[in-house]
Write a protein that binds this ligand. Structure first.
Ligand code: G6P
Length: 375
């Protein structure tokens, strides 16, 4: 195998630590000064993006979680209607396809059967109905089935990802989606040059922000002990950090085999609060955004019922550790785009160290495949 462990115990660990470089590589050649180069999506990208009235994202697994995060960004920042759906649902529910919808297919491998089938379905419909449905692939593998079928492509330059649990591919998918957000926004004049410059400055800072999050590995390794003998865990977030909580739960379940569920924190009282006791560790993602006060009151609901909590926080969230509640201050000076990308990193490290402690086959978890090429 050409890809080496380079002193790491597992590929997943190596790939987690490669993320600052993977982000730099994905930005390379796609930004100039304080602007995003729309042509990075292809020579026709400008004319294609000008016609777009809505965006529909289709993907599976971790790639779907990247799409869900982008849905929050596109609607909030650009006011552009955006949906995100798992490919296996999209393709069988006979969805209504509206003219001038940009389809975004996200896939690390570019070979996932359901995602490819969804792409073929969109192609068939646009041909039979004469609709304008441009298809963009965000993919880590050039010359894959997905990139060959797409009208526009943006490659994530994460490099080969060997661990079945996706880490650096996810992070670079979010970077690619941020580049898409800015490109759509400027072509359609939905984004001011000042806002573009601020987003680009954030993206340039991202490798350092991720390094800052990786520094907390020893604390996360210690916290992993809480999970070793547990059967369940709950992950909470709100807004863009709800998909990040979903991704954190997926990472934990796929490599440690602990059942983990993610919930939007505001929904706690509609069910999962009944599960909370000292045997259910709860991981919450707490950015310093306009939902912070609401999140804090959700967390109080959990604390009052004896739940053991780990909070992955922006330092500015002002949440302090206390008995039964540990704060991992993994980010500071993060914004709307950089916060979810940065706060996801500790969740990867937590899942990794729980799996190592439980002695699972971290890079090749049971029953799972890196690329699911059959339905
Ligand atoms: C499998 C992998 C996941 C991945 C998903 C989608 O389930 O184990 O890590 O997120 O497929 O794969 P794709 O290559 O389309 O991103």
């Amino acid at each position: 195998c050409a890809v080496e462990l380079d002193g790491h115990r597992h590929f997943m660990h190596k790939e987690i630590h490669e993320q600052p470089q993977a982000v730099s590589d994905t930005l390379e050649g796609r930004i100039a000064g304080d602007q995003v180069l729309v042509e990075a999506f292809g020579p026709e990208a400008r004319s294609v993006f000008a016609e777009v009235e809505r965006v529909q994202i289709v993907a599976c697994g971790t790639s779907y979680h990247a799409g869900l995060t982008a849905r929050y960004w596109l609607e909030d920042i650009l006011r552009l209607p955006c949906g995100a759906e798992v490919a296996s649902e999209f393709r069988y529910r006979n969805p209504v396809l509206q003219d001038n919808t940009l389809f975004v297919f996200i896939s690390q491998s570019g070979e996932t059967a359901d995602t490819l089938a969804a792409m073929e379905q969109v192609r068939a419909e646009r041909d039979s109905q004469g609709l304008n449905l441009p298809m963009l692939a965000i993919c880590n593998v050039p010359e894959s089935s997905l990139t060959r079928g797409a009208d526009l492509t943006l490659l994530t330059h994460a490099g080969p990802e060997i661990g079945v649990a996706s880490t650096k591919a996810f992070t670079t998918q979010l970077v690619a989606l941020a580049l898409l957000l800015v490109s759509l926004g400027k072509v359609q004049q939905r984004l001011s040059p000042e806002r573009e410059a601020r987003i680009v400055a954030g993206l340039k800072k991202l490798p350092r922000l991720i390094e800052g999050a990786l520094v907390h590995e020893p604390q996360l390794e210690a916290l992993a002990r809480i999970f070793v003998d547990k059967h369940n865990a709950l992950f909470l977030g709100r807004g863009t950090h709800y998909p990040i909580a979903m991704e954190g739960a997926l990472k934990l379940k796929e490599i440690s085999y602990i059942h983990a569920e993610a919930y939007p924190a505001g929904e706690l009282k509609h069910g999962p609060l009944a599960l909370v006791d000292e045997n259910l560790p709860i991981v919450a993602v707490a950015p310093a955004d306009d939902l912070l006060e609401k999140l804090k009151s959700n967390l109080q609901e959990v604390r009052a019922r004896g739940g053991r909590m780990i909070i992955i926080a922006d330092e500015r969230a002002g949440i302090a550790s206390e008995p039964g509640l540990e704060v991992v201050p993994a980010a500071t000076h993060v914004g709307r785009i950089t916060a979810p990308i940065t706060l996801n990193i500790p969740l990867q490290l937590l899942a990794y160290h729980v799996a190592v402690l439980r002695g699972t086959d971290v890079d090749r978890p049971r029953n799972l495949a890196k690329s699911v090429t059959v339905e």
